[in-house]
Design a protein around this ligand. Structure first.
Ligand code: GLA
Length: 407
């Protein structure tokens, strides 16, 4: 009898935790899109900035296009009160986070916030270790919709990471509010193999992206360790099989439009990119079904930046409900080819020129397993062609052309 009770209890508990995972995976059916404050504001972010970002995102049409999160990264914290409740810095956020959440919600935007699985965050602010339940409830009471949970100051082993992330995911599940959970341990413990099973909706696959094309192009003497657009995309290419609706590989923020400004993305060789390279980041991120977090100054974007961030065809590829990450079909000296199946039986095809000169590439669709002829729409130029089976394109250095292929 006692044994049966224990078995039943075990069964109930595993059902509850399965329901927990199931519910959590519904929170990000397509890769989250929005704005992340780190690259532009670093830890100087204030409530005034967040309101200006929200106003600008509405005014320039970003929210209507699906960029519907504003995510406050590190630097918002002001310690704990005498009941150990985490509080915002009263100078930077004098009205409190709840009233800020109300403001951005009134604009159709969700609010994200940041903490860390150790006593202090990467920039040295108060973090959530041993306060997981309490902090999750506080975030829920403020109306937070997304938590990025970092790993600075935590032990290096995988088991501890799994435990600490599960603890916070469970706390979020029990908080009474739907809160997307972003795991940020930079890929060192292969989070793609366990992040979704502990309740993560996305996981960083690598260190912080810098505003540059590739580490291989660094000037002599540049400190080592800075990851560029190509480096992050290449790493992500090997992880395509791990992404699915509710669970996404995260190659880090968009550096589109930063143009080498000083700040976190300007460190470690972040000298800036040209617009073709920024457009390539957008192309590769969308082919790879990556979260799209803008980090440039949205209150003052130039025409090229706007054009790259607001192209509806490329955004539809990222947000396609099938939720497949593109497979890299060709990876040869000077070029790479990516193929992403889409819901309606169509495909998105990306051809990237990794060389530093303009080159002509010829591709027979049979080479990548596509039989017959397809209509092609070049998502960046709008050019439409019918009955294509052999493609030939001149591609600029570091450019990625993206075609939507339909039967
Ligand atoms: C780490 C993360 C970054 C950012 C900073 C904040 O470096 O990887 O994305 O959140 O911490 O301190």
């Amino acid at each position: 009898m006692q044994k049966t009770k224990v078995l039943l209890l075990g069964l109930m508990l595993s059902c509850i935790s399965l329901i927990g995972f199931g519910q959590r995976s519904k929170l990000a059916p397509t890769p989250p899109m929005g704005y992340m404050t780190w690259n532009f504001y670093a830890d100087n972010i204030t409530e005034h900035d967040v309101r200006s970002i929200a106003d600008a995102m509405v005014a320039n049409g970003l929210v209507q296009l699906g960029y519907n999160y504003i995510f406050i990264d590190d630097g918002w914290q002001g310690g704990r009160d005498n009941r150990n409740n985490i509080i915002p810095d009263p100078k930077k956020f004098p009205s409190g986070i709840k009233s800020l959440a109300d403001y951005v919600h009134s604009k159709g935007i969700k609010l994200g916030i940041y903490s860390d699985a150790a006593p202090l965050t990467c920039a040295g602010y108060t973090a959530s270790l041993h306060f997981e339940e309490q902090d999750a409830k506080t975030f829920a009471s403020w109306g937070i919709d997304y938590l990025k949970y970092d790993y600075c100051g935590a032990p290096p082993d995988k088991e501890t990471a799994r435990k600490r992330y599960k603890k916070m995911a469970d706390a979020l599940t029990n908080s009474g509010r739907d809160i997307v959970f972003g795991i940020c341990e930079w890929g060192g413990r292969q989070p793609w193999t366990w992040a979704s099973s502990v309740g993560g909706n996305l996981w960083r696959i690598d260190g912080d992206i810098r505003d540059k094309w590739a580490a291989a192009n660094d000037a002599p003497g540049t400190p080592k360790g800075g990851i560029g657009i190509l480096d992050a995309a290449q790493r992500n290419a090997d992880l395509a099989g791990y992404a699915h609706p509710g669970a996404w590989n995260d190659p880090d923020m968009l550096v589109v439009g930063l143009y080498g400004r000083k700040g976190p993305s300007g460190d470690l060789g972040g000298v800036g990119c040209n617009d073709i390279e920024y457009q390539s980041q957008m192309s590769l991120w969308c082919l790879q079904a990556a979260p799209l977090m803008i980090t440039c100054d949205v209150t003052n974007m130039n025409a090229a930046t706007k054009r790259i961030l607001t192209n509806k065809e490329i955004l539809a590829i990222d947000q396609d409900p099938l939720g497949k990450q593109a497979e890299r079909k060709i990876n040869k000296e000077g070029w790479q080819v990516y193929l992403k199946p889409l819901t309606d039986g169509a495909y998105a095809l990306g051809i990237l020129n990794t060389d530093s000169t303009t080159r002509k590439y010829k591709l027979s669709l049979e080479q990548i397993g596509l039989a017959g002829k397809y209509g092609t729409l070049n998502v960046w130029t709008g050019e439409v062609k019918k009955n294509q089976s052999r493609l030939s394109y001149e591609i600029k250095p570091h450019e990625t052309i993206v075609l939507k292929l339909t039967k």
